[in-house]
Write a new protein. Structure first.
Length: 417
């Protein structure tokens, strides 16, 4: 029994030694393996993070390439104007201007600016005394462009429905009655708003949506107007009796305000000598819708360089008296300057002027040619201007002449060409 007990005791010691050997050898090895696995896991994690970063970088590069491709496509569509396209468009506009000048004498400058505005898809306000040819000009222009034309004579009793249209109760085929919309004269290509400031502000404002959104909304239903749509409005000088000044919100929607002055004596002599009862000759040439759309397509691809765009923004900003670039007359006589719509209008009409000159890109001279016509009705002068008999034309003349194209305040003896 004692020998058996000793054997069991020896076996226990052997098991205990084995346990110590395992503790001394296997556990540190396991720890080492665990550390190695942990290190490998950390390495894999770092690699995954690096791959994720590379994927993010590739995604950003792909987005950048896509943006550059889109930009290149846009630039390509803009730059692709060929000399032949410019020449063809310039011939169309020259023919139109020549025909206008032949039919209506003495208003070449007005004809040119109206065409610039129409190419820019803008509305025009013509101001002048009765009998200077404003209405005849608009009627002749509609014939030359081959567009549908309607005329509305604005009077104090004119109502908005007389322009936009009305819902009329009519009996249908099955005996029931239904409100049917009857379109007004605004549903046309060229709307002549004759003597627009003879109507009340309520009626004048009926054109606000039509001029901006090219649509009419009545009783919750919105109806689109024909494309293209232009409003050519005439007004008498506000000093005449029975006139209502246009609201600022509406006058801002006119791209140009052009003054139509009486013609020179030699022009008047030619009119009364060659035209019985003042009736103008019929057009010998006209444009169809396809040619007009070609001109619009060319206009969409005219280039506006960044320096010229900055010059436009600075010029419009300088119409505000608090601007650092405001001139002496702006600070003295202007209460409120031009809106951002003025900058958009100048940019568009400068493109039209460049097209008439046969150039594919806008220059500083194009901006100077149209700026006064786009700004003269958007400046709100103070009472001091009325006392000093200062008008917006004089203010703008100084502003345009003194605003440097580059913004670098170059010496007077250095010109930008």
């Amino acid at each position: 029994m004692l020998d058996a007990g000793c054997w069991v005791l020896d076996a226990g010691y052997w098991i205990l030694d084995t346990g110590y050997w395992i503790l001394d050898n296997q556990i540190p090895n396991s720890k080492h393996q665990a550390s190695t696995i942990k290190h490998q896991a950390s390495s894999i994690k770092n690699q995954a993070s690096s791959i994720n970063y590379q994927a993010s970088s590739i995604k950003y590069q792909a987005s950048n390439i896509k943006h550059q491709t889109s930009s290149i496509k846009h630039q390509t569509s803009t730059i692709m104007l060929t000399p032949q396209e410019i020449k063809s468009a310039n011939e169309l506009t020259s023919n139109l201007l020549n025909e206008l000048d032949r039919i209506i004498l003495g208003h070449s400058r007005v004809h040119r600016m109206i065409l610039v505005s129409l190419l820019s898809r803008g509305h025009v306000l013509l101001e002048g005394l009765p009998g200077v040819g404003k209405t005849v000009l608009v009627k002749t222009l509609s014939k030359l462009l081959g567009l549908v034309y309607n005329r509305v004579q604005f009077t104090p009793d004119l109502m908005p429905g007389d322009i936009l249209g009305n819902h009329i109760l009519q009996e249908t085929g099955d005996g029931t009655r239904k409100m049917i919309f009857q379109k007004g004269p605004v549903f046309t290509n060229i709307l002549l708003a004759d003597e627009i400031n003879r109507a009340t502000p309520k009626t004048q404002s009926a054109l606000l949506e039509a001029m901006q959104e090219q649509s009419v909304t009545l009783l919750g239903a919105t109806r689109k107007l024909p494309d293209p749509f232009f409003v050519l409005a005439t007004q008498n000088p506000i000093e005449l009796e029975g006139t209502y000044p246009l609201p600022e919100a509406q006058i801002d929607r006119f791209l140009f305000k052009l003054n139509v002055n009486p013609v020179a004596p030699e022009i008047l002599s030619a009119i009364i000598s060659t035209r019985r009862r003042g009736k103008p000759p019929s057009p010998d040439w006209s444009m169809d819708a396809e040619k007009l759309n070609e001109l619009f397509a060319v206009m969409d691809r005219m280039i506006l360089p960044e320096p010229v765009a900055r010059y436009i923004s600075r010029l419009v900003g300088a119409t505000h008296p608090e601007s650092a670039e405001a001139t002496e007359k702006v600070r003295a006589y202007v209460s409120f300057g031009a809106s951002p719509r003025a900058a958009i209008g100048i940019a568009e009409t400068a493109r039209g002027h460049a097209l008439l000159e046969g150039r594919p890109a806008v220059g500083f001279e194009d901006v100077k040619a149209v700026a006064a016509h786009a700004l003269n009705h958007r400046l709100i002068l103070n009472y001091k201007a009325r006392i000093d008999r200062m008008d917006s034309q004089a203010v703008l003349q100084e502003l345009i002449s003194e605003t440097d194209e580059t913004g670098m305040n170059l010496p007077n003896n250095i010109e930008i060409r």
